[in-house]
Write a protein that binds this ligand. Structure first.
Ligand code: NAD
Length: 538
């Protein structure tokens, strides 16, 4: 904490003395907050109890703290500094530096929060955060440039452009499963677009949350980029404030709370939610490659605790045994005979989610359907990759997002029947198809509505920065990644330029018959009508 303090004053030396004083008081407040979180330490010394009570009273992050935080940010934002290209670039470079300098600590935090394998942490959190930052740095000048727009006869002579301007003060609320990426990726977009931003990481991944709280403000301009740690109470205090955009990642239940809170202030929201992402498996495929890619997207992504992990498979009755054999064989190759002992698979995040998954598995009509896996180790929060065959449509596991290592397979007579199964449910965040059939691919893209889709692989569309990432219907609204992140946090301001020349009297009263003819012809785009009106009489 003391080091952090020193780092903070060092970083803020560039600010004016008034703002420095304000920031010092803010930092003291934050230090007190962290002292509060270090509760057990103080508990050992009874003499500190009155002091603790005082500290607790002062530092609880409530509606007042949230209001004053937002006010501070608004004051700083209105100085206009976040709008400059240079400021944005400096902040993005600082985030890159944070990730580079703190890579070891990040890997360690992710290990503590989720037992996330180091390679997974590197590929799907560290490297993806770096790529988002690097892309923004490379493209920012282009993104910020006003976009020329065509004008019409109606406004002739004129020129037009679309100017991207920052929205103002934005709130990013992130989730626990990719706690670094899901926090920093939207923050990168918000900064690139020139906003002030408050990040609220997930309390369910406490090590990463505290890492972000400790380091982010140390690296970036903390007068406009802040982190608030906490759970529902702290998030509710934040949600009561007026924001210019709220970017929320998490489940739909809280998504509704966020949207209701935003509606009070007419604040726009982006909701990055989840859902049941299906995988349709045809029979004319390279089965080994398909099985490996399904495993990579399911158990190789945080042990199924990923928003676009395959949630369930649909294949034909005839083909299911082949698919199950292939999955079993590749699973053993990847995670060994006892996957609970494997270092290459994340654990379940906490006992609440462990019990939730057990409930899905223990349902009477489901427990007899396990065809592979099913082992569990409650003490270490581990569940082995588990495959189930022909679970009933009305089971819990087929009606909730699984978000864990259980993978049911539904069978149909013909692979085309799978489209009806998918379309009879809420629109998923992702939909996958393995096939070599051109017709089936076309039909899949044409008839299935999903946030995104990927043919013959899983997950990878998320890593394609030229594609928007977001849901539709129950799986969310709005999107981000690459330029879409910049757009998500920008207002597209329409600007039309005119001069004083070419002032047509036809638009002004008195509205004579000739003027009406001329205006109608103009608006209808009829050259003949325009000539006729110009040479005709009143
Ligand atoms: P979570 O428990 O971390 O909650 C998300 C955020 O909501 C946290 O910051 C938390 O503090 C806050 N929150 C929780 N309860 C709240 C309340 N009552 N009021 C206000 N804020 C509250 O994460 P989760 O919801 O368990 O995340 C898993 C879900 O998120 C899954 O549905 C998954 O598919 C989805 N998800 C979507 C994406 C995506 O990019 N679309 C990414 C990851 C996860």
């Amino acid at each position: 904490m003391i080091c952090l303090n020193v780092g903070f004053f060092h970083d803020c030396r560039a600010f004016g003395s008034t703002s420095r004083a304000r920031l010092e008081s803010k930092r003291n407040h934050q230090i007190q907050t962290r002292l509060l979180f270090s509760f057990p330490y103080f508990w050992r010394c009874s003499a500190t109890l009155p002091l603790m009570a005082e500290v607790e009273q002062k530092t609880k992050f409530d509606t007042n703290s949230a209001a004053s935080l937002v006010q501070d940010l608004r004051d700083s934002f209105s100085s206009g500094k976040t709008k400059s290209y240079e400021w944005r670039v400096t902040q993005l470079k600082s985030i890159l530096k944070l990730v580079d300098d703190r890579e070891k600590e990040i890997v360690e935090a992710l290990r503590k929060d989720l037992s996330k394998p180091e390679l997974e942490s590197f590929v799907s959190e560290i490297s993806m955060t770096r790529s988002a930052c690097k892309l923004a740095l490379k493209e920012l000048k282009k993104w910020m440039k006003p976009e020329k727009a065509k004008t019409s006869m109606t406004t002739f002579p004129s020129s037009a452009e679309i100017v991207s301007e920052p929205l103002g003060i934005v709130l990013v609320i992130s989730a626990w499963n990719y706690p670094l990426l899901l926090s920093l990726d939207p923050v990168i977009g918000a900064i690139a677009a020139g906003n002030a931003v408050v990040l609220k990481p997930s309390e369910i991944a406490p090590a990463t949350s505290s890492l972000l709280a400790k380091f982010l403000e140390e690296y970036v301009d903390c007068s406009v980029i802040r982190v608030v740690e906490g759970a529902a109470a702290e998030t509710s205090a934040l949600l009561e404030q007026k924001w210019d955009k709220i970017f929320y990642t998490g489940n739909g239940r809280v998504g509704r709370i966020v949207m209701a809170a935003a509606a009070i202030h007419l604040t726009p929201v982006i909701l990055e939610l989840g859902g049941k992402s299906p995988v349709v498996v045809d029979s004319d495929i390279n089965l080994q490659v398909a099985a490996r890619r399904i495993i990579a997207g399911k158990w190789g992504c945080n042990n199924g605790q990923a928003c676009i992990s395959p949630d369930y498979i649909i294949t034909t009755k005839v083909y299911a045994p082949n698919l199950i054999d292939a999955l079993k064989c590749e699973l053993e190759e990847f995670f060994g005979k006892d996957p609970l002992e494997s270092e290459d698979i994340s654990r379940i995040v906490n006992s609440y989610h462990f019990a939730r998954l057990m409930k899905l598995l223990d349902e009477d009509k489901v427990s007899g359907k396990i065809v592979h896996g099913g082992q569990q180790d409650e003490a270490h929060l581990k569940i082995a990759p588990t495959i189930l065959l022909d679970v009933p449509e009305d089971s819990l596991i087929m009606n909730e997002e699984i978000f864990g290592p259980l993978l049911p397979i539904i069978t149909v007579d013909k692979v085309e029947d799978s489209f009806h199964v998918i379309n009879s449910r809420a629109k998923p965040l992702a939909a996958y198809l393995f096939t070599n059939s051109k017709n089936l691919k076309e039909e899949f893209v044409r008839s299935i509505s999903a946030g995104g889709m990927l043919i013959n692989d899983t997950i990878l569309h998320l890593a394609t920065s030229t594609l928007p990432f977001g849901g539709v219907g129950e799986s969310g609204m709005g999107s981000y990644h690459g330029k879409f992140s910049f757009d998500a946090f920008s207002h597209k301001k329409a600007v039309l330029y005119r001069s004083f020349g070419g002032d047509a009297s036809a638009r002004y009263p008195p509205y004579t018959a000739r003027k009406q003819r001329l205006l109608k012809a103009l608006l209808n785009g009829s050259i003949f009508g325009i000539i006729h009106a110009l040479i005709g009489k009143d």
